[in-house]
Design a protein around this ligand. Structure first.
Ligand SMILES: Nc1ncnc2c1ncn2[C@@H]1O[C@H](COP(=O)(O)OP(=O)(O)OP(=O)(O)O)[C@@H](O)[C@H]1O
Ligand SMILES: O=C(O)C1=C[C@@H](O)[C@@H](O)[C@H](O)C1
Ligand SMILES: [Mg+2]
Length: 181
């Protein structure tokens, strides 16, 4: 298994839907000259279906099994920046695997900012797409509160809120240097 200076293999970005993992992950990978991998996109590619189709045809449990499988298989790959699906850290055993072979970073975005971002894109996300306007805020609030204690087990917690994605990449590279990554 190839490792970087700190003995860790990958950089994992975790956080709620809409926290910016895919956007920031791609930019961070470019900055560090590492490959970029997005769990949602990889699962779509290997299944030949959209996340939405997987949820509707095979169910959420099948999708969670695919996510865990994706994580296990990362062990054989060269060091990469990996953006993980919003629900992945809540799967039993997933955080342990992430800490084993990666540096885990939580992109922390407030409920109100998440709601603003997700309202414009909710059709892309199977858990959100059928919610009415009245249901949207309480659903996101409840799911975030169930997930936040998993996210907070990250090694680094970085707000992604009042900054551009590029500004966050600047901050992240400074933090990674401090950790000798
Ligand atoms: N710092 C930021 N400032 C403003 N908008 C942002 C910022 N970071 C991300 N966004 C925007 O938020 C939206 C969601 O970002 P993105 O798709 O990267 O989130 P995600 O964490 O990958 O979500 P999911 O878990 O559903 O895949 C996108 O429209 C993106 O452009
Ligand atoms: O938070 C979640 O459970 C999800 C987040 C997305 O990244 C996708 O993995 C999918 O829409 C489920
Ligand atoms: Mg994403």
């Amino acid at each position: 298994m190839e490792e970087r200076k700190d003995g860790k293999q990958h950089i994992f970005l975790i956080g709620f839907m809409g926290s910016g993992k895919s956007t920031v992950g791609e930019l961070l990978a470019e900055r560090l000259s590492l490959p970029f991998i997005d769990s949602d996109r990889e699962i779509e590619k290997s299944e030949g279906k959209s996340i939405d189709e997987i949820f509707s045809r095979e169910g959420e449990k099948a999708f969670r099994d695919m996510e865990l499988n994706f994580l296990v298989e990362l062990k054989g790959l060269k060091p990469s920046v990996v953006s993980l699906g919003g629900g992945l850290p809540a799967i039993n055993g997933a955080l342990e695997l992430m800490h084993q072979f990666g540096l885990v970073i939580y992109l922390n975005t407030s409920l109100l900012t998440l709601i603003q971002r997700l309202k414009n894109e909710k059709d892309l996300r199977p858990l959100l797409k059928d919610l009415s306007d009245a249901e949207f805020h309480p659903f996101v609030e409840d799911l975030l509160s169930q997930r936040v204690h998993f996210y907070k087990q990250a090694k680094l917690i970085m707000p992604n809120e009042r900054n551009s994605p590029i500004e966050l990449v600047d901050k992240l590279t400074k933090e990674l240097n401090k950790l000798n990554y």
